[in-house]
Structure formats: structure tokens, C-alpha cells
Design a protein around this ligand. Structure first.
Ligand SMILES: Nc1ncnc2c1ncn2[C@@H]1O[C@H](COP(=O)(O)OP(=O)(O)OP(=O)(O)O)[C@@H](O)[C@H]1O
Ligand SMILES: [Mg+2]
Length: 462
């Protein structure tokens, strides 16, 4: 199997955001453990805003926010820290009006700043007493502010710078592993996308081939219909004139001439039958054949057909029998087309049954439950349908198991010497199947033990 082709741009991740790269749990763990170790509050910001923070809010700022003069100062300080954008590798120290400090570092990935780490507030050891400006803020109690300032974590700027560097390195590790897994999943996605594209293009080609075949099939049917139609008119004349010659209308014939004329007549009729079959088939394929429905007594129709085929059966010394089981109701159908079905089946049965054999036609009413998808419970509610079932069984060569479905294909004949010898074109059953289905029924071949074929078709009773 060849690997799907992947375009380069699908592999590069483009501008990835910090939140896409890091595993939040891992980052939160890291930030918390840093705080527990160094006790300096820590915040990680992405381009979108705050991602993770640890450490409590410094009480001094809460207190100052509540004072008349401190509120604005605190607000400005927060804005300044939030908006600080240090260059990669050049941390920025921010000194607050309280004397506390912050250290802000850029988070860089793939040569791009994708966020910031803010450490603080912490009190550098250089701040030895409460800044004057702080005590002078309106509404501030000097004693309280001194206590609150003392609560801030104390650390040297150099130590905080070291902690920040350490934090950045750890974060780099998390970012790299995040990048790796993001790349893997995007590669997987790209390969799935490529396979899908491949499948889509194959599908399109298949659809085109199907459309072409359909068009060809339509052209073939049209061609068959036109040619058959054009052949029928001259053929009718050939049959008519040979009939007249045989009848002596053109003068008396010698026995040899009469024999020739009979052959012309017989072959002409065979050809006409073939052409009629072809026309029927193309009309059935085009769905341009309409059924002229009326109420049909299938038993009467079958008896008529059997009677008309008795001479043919007698000639071959085959016994033709017909039987109906119980009351067989009328069906709604086209009598001419149903006659055609019966003639074809009985004709085949006689054709493939040797001398002394029997062709037996049975008609009966059968009922079957309509299938329902909902299972056992719904079976109680499912309706049942009634059909008239016609079985034509013979004692002939039979149809091999593996050919049982194929005999309904146009031009298909079972490859035995018997079939070749029997003649025909292999169109009969394909027409029969379409006609039966056109009536809403179905046809199949059943086993006929110990010998012969058993053709069963049903027509629904409406
Ligand atoms: N009763 C049967 N017994 C054995 N084989 C059969 C029987 N009916 C049909 N077949 C097989 O199925 C094939 C197809 O039947 P179908 O009626 O379509 O064609 P055909 O009889 O050969 O020609 P056509 O009906 O066009 O004159 C036959 O050639 C034969 O091999
Ligand atoms: Mg046939």
C-alpha cells in the first residue's frame, strides 16, 4: 500500500496559540509546584489572556483598592503589568508604587512570543521601610499598610530572575512535547484528509463511469428498439407472402418447393418472435411498456394456455397437466402479458423435458406476513399479503443450483448440449421476470426433487 501524499503546508502547524500547545494539567502542576517552592505568586498569560495562576491575591492590593486614593493607583498598576511586553530573553522588572516588584518574561515558541510569565508581587530587600508616597494615600491607615506590606514575600531581584529563568526552561519542555503531539495529530489528520480526498476522487470517477454506462445502455436499448421495429415490417411481408405461396395462391408448387417455402415461413416466424422479444425487453428496460390492467382469472388463463400448447406437447410426447388448489381469487393484471409469462414457462418446460415426461402447472392462493424491521412486537401489527402462486414443474434436465439466478439474465443459456440443441435465444426468462415484477410479483427457481425444473412465480391479489 502506498502512503497517501501529504502537502507540506498541511504539516506545518502555522500560528499556534499557547493554549493549543500546553497540556493545562501539566502547566497547572508546574505553576503550583513553583509557588509552593518559592512562595512568589505566578501567573501565565497567553495572547488571549490569563491561562493559569497560583498564589493568593496580595492583601495589600485588596486593602488599597478599598481606599479612596488607592483604587486608581492599583488599577493603573495592574494595567501596566498586564500590558508589559518584554522582548524574548529580556525580562522586564516592574516596580510598583507600593515598593513591591514584578518580573515579566516572554514565552517564546518557534521564534514567536506566544505569552508571558508574570512573577510577583514580591518585596526586594532594598525596600527597608514603607514608601512615603504609600502612607500619604488618602484613606490609608499607616499602621495597617505597614503590616500588609510586611506580609508580601521577600526576595532578591536576582533570585526572582533565576526562578523566572528556571520556570521558562521548564515551560519550554512542556511546549516542546505539546508541539510534538500536536504535530503528530495534525499529521494524522492530514493523512486522513488525503485518504478522504483520494476516496472522493475515486468516487467521482466511478460515478462518471456509471453515468457513461447508463447512457450507453440507454443508447443500446434505443438502437435495439429502432432496429427491431424496422425489421418487423419487412418480416411480416416475408411471412405473409410465404404463407400465400404455401397456400398455392401463386400457382401450384412441387413438393420440394413447398418444403422450401415452409422453411422460409417457419424461420420467418422464429425471427419475428425474436424481434418481438427484443422489442419487449427494450420497452421493459426503458420502462415504456405499460400494463393494461384488468381483473384476471389466472386459473382460466392458465387452462387456456395449456390447452393451446397441447399440440406442441403431444408432438414431443410430453404430458401437460394443470391443477388448482382451493379457491384461487382473481388478480389485477394485464391478461396478454400474464399469458406471455405462462407460455414462456410452459414452453421452456416442454422444451427441456424429454419424451414421456410431464409438465405440471399448479395454481394456489398463498399468504405471507409482511416483513417489519421492528422485530417480534411489531410482527403482531404487521399486515399480511396474499398472492396467487403459480408453479410450473417438469421432469426434464433441471437447472443447476449455481445457474438458478443467472437464467433470468438476458441472453443467458445454461451451457449444456441440451440447451443448445433446444434452440431459442435466452430472452424468454428475462422478459418473464420483468413482467412478473411489473405486476408487483416475484419469480424464482426451486429445487424439484429428484429431477426437473420448478419455476415459481407469484402475483399479488389486490
Ligand atoms: N424448464 C427448464 N428446464 C431446464 N432448463 C431451463 C428451463 N427453463 C429455462 N432453462 C434454462 O434457462 C435458459 C434461459 O431460458 P430462457 O427461456 O430465457 O431462454 P431460452 O428458452 O433458451 O430462449 P427463448 O426463451 O428466448 O426462446 C435456457 O436456455 C435453459 O438453459
Ligand atoms: Mg424460453
Amino acid at each position: 500500500m502506498s502512503l497517501p501524499e501529504i502537502r507540506l503546508e498541511e504539516l506545518t502547524l502555522g500560528r499556534v496559540a499557547l493554549e493549543e500547545l500546553v497540556d493545562r494539567d501539566a502547566l497547572s502542576e508546574l505553576v503550583t509546584s513553583f509557588y509552593e517552592l518559592f512562595r512568589v505568586p505566578l501567573r501565565v498569560f497567553s495572547e488571549e489572556g490569563l491561562l493559569i495562576e497560583s498564589g493568593r491575591e496580595a492583601e495589600i492590593y485588596a486593602y488599597l483598592s478599598g481606599s479612596a486614593g488607592g483604587k486608581q493607583l492599583v488599577y493603573d498598576m495592574i494595567e501596566a503589568v498586564k500590558n508589559a511586553r518584554p522582548e524574548p530573553g529580556q525580562d522586564q522588572d516592574y516596580e510598583c508604587f507600593t515598593g513591591a516588584a514584578y518580573r515579566i518574561s516572554a514565552i517564546v515558541h518557534d521564534h514567536r512570543v506566544i505569552g508571558r510569565i508574570v512573577m510577583g508581587p514580591y518585596l526586594p530587600p532594598t525596600v527597608k521601610q514603607v514608601p512615603k508616597a504609600l502612607v500619604q494615600i488618602e484613606g490609608v491607615d499607616p499602621k495597617q499598610i505597614k503590616d500588609l506590606l510586611a506580609k508580601l514575600p521577600r526576595a532578591k531581584a536576582a533570585t526572582v530572575a533565576q526562578i523566572a529563568r528556571h520556570m521558562r526552561r521548564n515551560l519550554d519542555l512542556i511546549l516542546n512535547s505539546g508541539h510534538k503531539s500536536l504535530l503528530t495529530s495534525s499529521m494524522h489528520l492530514a493523512s486522513v484528509r488525503e485518504s478522504y480526498r483520494d476516496l472522493e476522487s475515486k468516487n467521482r470517477k466511478l460515478q462518471q463511469a456509471y453515468d457513461q454506462l447508463k447512457e450507453l445502455d440507454r443508447l443500446k436499448s434505443n438502437f435495439l428498439a429502432t432496429v427491431s421495429h424496422e425489421l418487423r415490417t419487412p418480416l411480416t411481408s416475408i411471412i405473409g407472402f410465404s404463407e400465400m405461396l404455401a397456400g398455392g395462391i401463386g400457382g401450384s408448387l412441387t413438393s420440394e418447393q413447398a418444403e422450401f417455402v415452409d422453411t422460409i415461413h417457419e424461420k420467418g416466424k422464429q425471427l419475428l418472435q425474436l424481434i418481438t422479444d427484443l422489442l419487449d425487453l427494450s420497452r421493459l428496460e426503458n420502462e415504456t411498456m405499460s400494463l393494461r390492467r384488468s381483473e384476471v382469472q389466472l386459473v382460466k388463463l392458465a387452462e387456456e394456455v395449456v390447452r393451446s400448447m397441447q399440440p406442441q406437447a403431444k408432438k414431443k410426447q410430453v404430458i401437460l397437466e394443470i391443477e388448482s388448489n382451493g379457491h384461487v381469487p382473481a388478480v389485477s393484471g394485464d391478461p396478454d402479458r400474464l399469458r406471455q409469462v405462462l407460455i414462456n414457462l410452459i414452453d421452456n418446460a416442454i422444451k427441456f423435458t424429454p419424451q414421456g415426461g410431464t409438465v405440471h402447472t399448479t395454481l394456489e392462493k398463498v399468504s405471507s406476513d409482511l416483513e417489519d424491521d421492528d422485530g417480534i412486537g411489531a410482527a403482531l401489527l404487521a399486515g399480511s399479503r396474499s398472492d396467487v402462486q403459480v408453479t410450473v414443474s417438469d421432469t426434464g434436465c433441471g437447472i443447476p443450483q449455481e445457474e438458478k439466478n443467472r437464467v433470468f439474465d438476458a441472453f443467458y443459456q445454461v451451457e449444456t448440449g441440451n440447451t443448445r440443441h433446444a434452440g431459442g435465444t435466452g430472452l424468454g426468462l428475462s422478459i418473464v421476470k420483468r413482467l412478473v415484477e411489473g405486476h408487483g410479483g416475484s419469480i424464482h427457481v426451486e429445487d424439484n426433487e429428484p429431477e426437473g425444473a420448478n419455476m415459481v412465480f407469484t402475483i399479488p391479489i389486490h
